[in-house]
Design a protein around this ligand. Structure first.
Ligand code: URA
Length: 230
């Protein structure tokens, strides 16, 4: 929300007073004086007028997890363990998953309470590549890379997938880079050639790489510089 709207929503200030507070440089967001009424105020921002704290700002939290097979990318599931069961943190209800993985898919999973940050990471418009290591049942032909690069029509969603890059690592092994995360996208892309995906592992999401030190099921907080990459 814009800072001028945030302030004028409070019963104590009207719009004229808010304009003056900003001009007089009496408003601080995260410790910095702001005079631009368009400045963003998030739920994580600390907002002060003079020496008064109007919003403390809750801590933003960011984690990477090495998802093991056999767990659900959901916050709750009646039958199976979920990725959130693997996380030992307070206020887990606040957390959400940025880019789900299927039950048996492994690898990089990002968990956060910062919705605008996670949208930047996952929305197709930002075109951040999500890189998967893929093992298949049948051999992968040279025509796959051409078709994936042209895009595949998904009738259910009535859309054509964005160009994807396939690098062959062996007859039945490849690295696939896609910029969106449609439902079962990688399996459906290989399914176009009647080729079943036997193993799927996410190695990276944009600039965030799965930490080698994390064993399946382990997680760690993202470092400040990793958070700022998105
Ligand atoms: N594509 C899939 O088919 N499954 C995943 O888990 C991720 C991408």
């Amino acid at each position: 929300m814009r800072v001028d709207r945030f302030l004028s929503n409070l019963p104590r200030f009207n719009r004229q007073q808010v304009r003056l507070l900003l001009v007089e440089k009496r408003v601080r967001v995260d410790g910095k004086v702001v005079s631009d009424p368009h400045t963003d105020v998030l739920e994580f921002s600390r907002v002060e007028v003079d020496e008064q704290v109007l919003q403390i700002g809750k801590p933003a939290r960011y984690f990477m997890l090495n998802k093991p097979p056999g767990c659900v990318s959901a916050t709750r599931d009646p039958q199976h363990p979920t990725v959130l069961d693997l996380i030992d943190e307070p206020h887990k209800d606040d957390l959400h998953i940025a880019g789900r993985l299927d039950f048996n898919t492994t690898g990089l999973m990002i968990i956060t309470n910062d919705g605008s940050w996670s949208r930047r990471l996952t929305q197709p418009q930002t075109k951040l590549p999500k890189v998967y290591y893929v093992e298949t049942e049948q051999e992968i032909g040279p025509e796959y890379a051409v078709t994936f690069n042209q895009g595949l029509y998904f009738a259910f969603e009535d859309l054509t997938t964005q160009p994807a890059e396939l690098v062959l690592l062996g007859p039945k092994l490849a690295r696939l880079s896609i910029v969106e995360g449609r439902y079962h996208q990688v399996k459906r892309m290989f399914g176009h050639f009647d080729n079943k995906v036997l193993r799927l592992h996410r190695e990276s999401m944009g600039p965030l790489l799965l930490d080698d030190a994390l064993k399946p099921g382990e997680y760690r907080a993202l470092r400040t510089e990793e958070i700022h990459l998105i």
